[in-house]
Write a protein that binds this ligand. Structure first.
Ligand code: ZN
Length: 305
């Protein structure tokens, strides 16, 4: 009798495992690289994935490396980041290896409070800029409560994620610790993710002033400019205060992503920014129109859905 029960239980376990394996094959985008054969679904585990999550009016970018490191840049304005992460992270993975807070405005920090409460976050990168809004104070309190290692971004450095993949911190290049900034957007951390010859540039809410500083530091001597990237997360939700023509030309992106909420009260993205991108023939991908945007690369080919 007991033997039979064990057999039934074992059978049920096999069925659950089989269903789970089917569920894991999540229809990842196939990769097409010139001169290479199309990658099949089961090869997608070796791809770097970059998701621009659909968190409404705000930013949240989730990166998963081929060896399963999880990086989260900003968390959007509320708990919606949790549902978005639930769609793209394996359910057993409750760790975030690297959390980056670009700047402490609510549409970037509020969702991170929820993430800290539900995930084990290993390390945090932020600027230490002074800000006293409740969402930021709640984030600082939760970081302290969970005793997460914190690193200040105040100069260029590279975080090596694997032999091929690195996250470059491009800005700020001075200490903003306890600085009271009149325009917090211009204290945004700017990062560039590099995998082989594929790059993503994440600009937070950096405005033209920061773009000029970046051009001066990274493009004056180096040719091609060290900002050049296949994918640009357009600064400040497509506001007209960001994305100068000179900056866009230097980055020379194949795709521009705008993270923005439907019918938001800020009028983002601005028509001027859209027109500027159109003039430069850069396809625009918007989270308010497409939902979450999922890029995959093997370091050479790049695809999205
Ligand atoms: Zn913002």
């Amino acid at each position: 009798m007991l033997n039979k029960l064990y057999k039934i239980l074992f059978g049920a376990l096999v069925v659950v495992a089989a269903l789970w394996l089917v569920a894991m094959n999540d229809g990842s985008p196939a990769m097409v690289t010139p001169g290479k054969k199309t990658q099949t679904e089961n090869q997608t585990a070796s791809l770097l994935r970059v998701y621009f999550l659909n968190v409404g009016q705000g930013d949240a970018i989730y990166i998963r490396t081929p060896d399963e490191q999880d990086i989260l840049i900003d968390g959007g304005p509320d708990a919606s980041v949790l549902a978005e992460l639930g769609k793209v992270m394996p359910f057993w993975d409750r760790q975030i290896d690297v959390m980056v807070l670009t700047h402490p405005h609510s549409d970037h920090v509020a969702g991170l409070v929820e993430v800290l409460r539900r995930f084990e976050v290993k390390q945090i990168y932020y600027t230490g800029v002074l800000h006293t809004a409740p969402d930021y104070l709640a984030w600082l309190a939760e970081v302290k409560n969970k005793n997460v290692a914190m690193h200040i971004v105040q100069d260029f450095f590279e975080l090596k994620l694997s032999d091929e993949i690195k996250l470059q911190f491009l800005y700020p290049t001075v200490s903003l610790v306890n600085e009271k900034m009149t325009e917090l957007n211009n204290g945004s951390i700017v990062t560039r993710l590099v995998d082989g010859d594929t790059e993503f540039l994440f600009t937070g809410d950096a405005e033209v002033e920061v773009e000029e500083a970046l051009l001066k530091k990274y493009c004056a001597l180096e040719q091609p400019c060290a900002l050049a990237s296949d994918v640009l997360k357009v600064g400040h939700h497509g506001s007209t205060s960001s994305s100068s023509e000179e900056f866009l030309k230097a980055v020379d992106p194949r795709y521009a992503v705008i993270s923005v909420g439907q019918d938001n009260s800020f009028g983002h993205p601005h028509l001027k920014t859209l027109k500027r991108l159109e003039r430069l023939n850069v396809p625009i991908l918007r989270t308010d129109e497409r939902g979450a945007i999922d890029f995959a690369t093997d370091g050479h080919g790049l695809n999205f859905k």
